[in-house]
Design a binder for this molecule. Structure first.
Ligand code: PEP
Length: 259
């Protein structure tokens, strides 16, 4: 069975509750025909997650957080747990975004623990991996990305969870928020290698089922070519997801059958 594409909005640290509500109200009618062909997800800040989840509860839109902590409760000041996310109506969570890895020091080990806890709690983790510009220029893209993917399976048993339980997002750090996206060929090369590694780790069916998104300066004028690549199953979109019109166009474009 073909993998269903996903178009996911990562709002990062943007939008007050009123702005989030206005956005969702504007988005839903614009994407109502798209659900047959694409899964749509919104990753909102914690503060407006409840409002977005409430407004989308009778729709196919998946709502998620941008981070969480892998313990369920206790003395972890400032953190939010999987049960708390579920309590708000979240069904998914972004894990290991490069901004969390680079600015907040999130390690491969923490990312793996979060991925395992998310799956166990019934949240769909979107696990982000990607290399820096220096690593790419030094020919170390795969050394970095391959190690990040492998680390996840220190905590997750591929055979046990099945390929539908997780999503990866290949997000080259140099392409995030820079306006400089990877070429479709670069995206396919990295994502194809991730799929090969998933095959090695979890077998053919597992590798065939896991969705792998591309993220990094996706816009209306580069999205078609990128998501037309064989192994690319959609996009994780930052900047271009902040305006309803732009994100609706990306969603509707992704729902068209692939050539
Ligand atoms: C992201 O935040 O995951 C992202 C890909 O951002 P942008 O689309 O702005 O590059």
């Amino acid at each position: 069975m073909a993998r269903r594409p996903m178009m996911a909005a990562n709002w990062k640290m943007n939008k007050l509750i009123s702005e989030a509500e206005e956005y969702v109200e504007g988005l839903l009618p614009r994407i109502s025909d798209a659900h047959e062909g694409v899964d749509v997800a919104i990753f909102a800040p914690f503060t407006c997650l409840g409002a977005v989840a409430r407004m989308t509860q009778d729709t196919p839109v998946l709502v998620g957080a941008q981070n969480f902590y892998y313990e369920d409760s206790g003395a972890f000041t400032g953190e939010v747990s999987a049960p708390m996310l579920k309590d708000l109506g979240a069904g998914a969570v972004v894990i290991g975004h490069s901004e969390r890895r680079e600015i907040f020091g999130e390690t491969d080990e923490a990312v793996a623990l979060k991925a395992a806890r998310a799956v166990e709690a019934g949240l769909l983790p979107i696990i982000c991996v990607g290399e820096t510009k220096e690593e790419r220029d030094a020919g170390k893209m795969w050394e970095k990305v391959g190690a990040q993917v492998r680390a996840v399976f220190e905590q997750l048993d591929a055979q046990q969870i099945g390929g539908g339980a997780i999503v990866f997002a290949y997000e080259p750090v140099w392409a995030i928020g820079t306006g400089e996206s990877a070429t479709p060929e670069d995206a396919q090369e990295a994502i194809g290698k991730i799929r090969d590694l998933l095959r090695e780790i979890g077998g053919e069916d597992f590798a065939r089922e896991v969705r792998i998104l591309y993220g990094g300066s996706i816009k209306a004028d580069n999205v078609d070519e990128i998501i037309a690549q064989e192994d690319v199953d959609g996009g994780l979109v930052g900047g271009a997801s902040l305006e309803v019109d732009t994100f609706a166009k990306l969603v509707n474009g992704a729902s068209k059958p692939r050539e």
